[in-house]
Design a protein around this ligand. Structure first.
Ligand code: ADP
Ligand code: UDP
Length: 240
């Protein structure tokens, strides 16, 4: 079994450790949450365990649908062995319904559905506050080639189709989400990082209740409860 070696990186939500294999690393999910580029801080006990297990569960379902991911093996409730990839420094955001920064930037009421899903990129750079960028900027910055951008867009929309269905089955609307992708040692672009209520907007299909990190961002009072709720619904539906 892969052994944890030195800490490579400590982020806002996870620690990333080296292993004895240079092509593999271990994630350790923390209970911390941050918002607004790290300015707002919070946590609840067990968040790391839920996000780790939920992200792995979702990645497994995506793999079954033919989407390649970095996932190797869940090591414990909080730890996962993944393929170490070179992260392409883009936050890849897909939206089905207007919310968050889209609503603010373009003056569109939250909850307005789009005829077709939309895609945007932010340049993953904390110092610059993850600014919105377009394909041409990504090319100019040398972040990705034209072909990479096509591949990334295909991955993003495939993940959207798969996730919409996964969440629909448990009475949840997928409003929007962020993914990260990276290059494996073999040069293939795969889905990396995590998919969890930290990285998605999830609304109850009947009541529109927010079942995601907006509970924390907007101080809605049920941060821990809704993460438990989504995890319980996934377990009830898929593990019967
Ligand atoms: P942040 O860096 O935004 O605070 P995290 O706390 O989630 O985020 O840290 C995890 C870090 O690991 C992120 O920088 C992410 O881009 C990176 N990462 C995600 N998946 C992989 C992977 N498979 N290989 C290497 N790095 C990864
Ligand atoms: N998102 C994320 N990490 C980020 C920025 C956004 O996971 O650093 C997710 C966020 O949870 C939401 C989607 O991407 O599901 C779109 O976020 P938006 O651009 O509306 O930003 P926010 O409202 O968080 O400023």
């Amino acid at each position: 079994m892969a052994e944890k070696k030195e800490l490579l990186y400590e982020g806002k939500a996870k620690k990333v450790y080296a292993t004895d294999d240079p092509n593999l690393c271990i994630f350790e999910y923390k209970d911390d949450a941050t918002a607004f580029n790290g300015i707002k801080k919070g946590s609840f006990e067990g968040k790391g365990e839920i996000n780790n297990q939920m992200a792995n569960f979702i990645f497994r379902l995506l793999e079954k649908k033919g989407i390649k991911t970095h996932m190797v093996e869940e090591l414990s409730k909080r730890e996962t062995l993944v393929k170490k990839v070179d992260i392409i420094p883009l936050e890849v955001i897909v939206r089905n319904i207007a919310a968050g920064s889209f609503s603010k930037r373009y003056g569109v009421e939250e909850g307005t559905p789009f005829k077709e899903p939309t895609l945007e990129f932010s340049y993953k750079n904390d110092e610059l506050g993850d600014p919105l960028i377009n394909d041409y900027h990504a090319l100019a910055l040398g972040i990705a080639t034209r072909e990479d951008i096509k591949t990334i867009a295909n991955i993003a929309f495939s993940v959207n189709d798969a996730l919409k269905e996964i969440f629909k089955n448990i009475g949840i609307k997928l409003v929007d989400f962020k993914i990260e992708v990276g290059r494996t040692a073999e040069g293939e672009i795969v889905l990396a990082d995590e998919i969890s209520p930290d990285t998605c907007r999830l609304w109850d299909a009947e009541t529109n209740k927010k079942l995601d990190k907006d509970q924390f961002r907007r101080d809605l009072g049920e941060f821990a409860e809704v993460y438990h709720e989504v995890w319980a619904r996934l377990n009830d539906y898929y593990k019967k």
